[in-house]
Design a protein around this ligand. Sequence first.
Ligand code: WQD
Length: 331
Amino acid sequence: MNILVTGGAGFIGSHTCVALLEAGHSVIIADNLSNSKRETVMKIMDIADKEVNFYEIDVTDAEAIDIIFRNYKIDGVIHFAGLKAVGESVDKPLEYYYNNIVSTMVLTKACQKYGVNRFVFSSSATVYGDNKVPFVETMDLLPTTNPYGETKAMSERILTDIANANPAFSVSILRYFNPVGAHESGQIGEAPNGIPNNLMPYVTQVAKGKLDKLRVFGNDYPTVDGTGVRDYIHVEDLAEGHVAALENLTEGVHVYNLGTGKGTSVLELVKAFEEANDIEVPYEIVDRRPGDIASCYADASKAKRELGWTAKRDIIAMCRDAWRFEKNFKE
Ligand code: WQD
């Protein structure tokens, strides 16, 4: 199939483009490069040994999106493009609501105009709010603590209502837990601009000596060792989950957790990283980060049952692959 991947030069998008190409699909990437690099597109083609079409455009630009739909016979859309920093969304709510909601509507409008009926949406476990773990797709969503999470929940509702009004329009909503790691080649991975917000890229930069030590945000949570517990999932498993969702898409709206179903604490991840890479990661315990919840991990059984997909790579592989990419990464 011919797939339009928005945000395809980004962390999860780039790994999904490789997986799509390796599964025999062709890929068109639309990305405004606000949080990614053009060279990543070259690396995608190098890893998969296949060509892709790339357009540096903003997905909120209806005119630019229309040109792509007019010039290509598109069989499906995977929509990653969006702003995704939780903390930043609190400071810049309008930017987040505009970018993340308008992009979803511009794309679905183009899909309706050109008769494209396969839509896979990049959502997030954040939409569950501080629910009881493990998170299940049928749960009522609680308000999130940030505009970023609200844009994901709203986009889900928009897509659900559109699909309910147009039965031919098939939607798969994928709720990611904590994507980490990098492609085994070490060529693509997570390269955040500036000081990383997320744990794994912070750990790799401490290991590399770019940052002096990890600040562990609180050790007084009701968890195995007091530190925050998350469901870390290898980005290559996540990419394979997107291909499975696309290839198994049937009419209506389908929501899937893409997680391992296993919770790992901050200190357990640090220990795994040190063991996997035989390297030390100095840290200190500091105050909790506002907005953090104690535990977040998936009930991943529905994706296994309906898509035949489960995460295969363990925390050691995640740490090893993340470190390999960090060592190769040139600013
Ligand atoms: C993980 C754990 C922190 C950094 C966020 C978004 C979510 C998704 C993934 C987009 C927590 C602790 C972290 C550090 C630390 N993004 N931590 N020191 O907050 O679970 O999820 O990223 O979809 O929507 O909310 O990920 O990696 O920031 O934190 O102790 O320097 O590591 O407290 O327990 P989070 P994270």
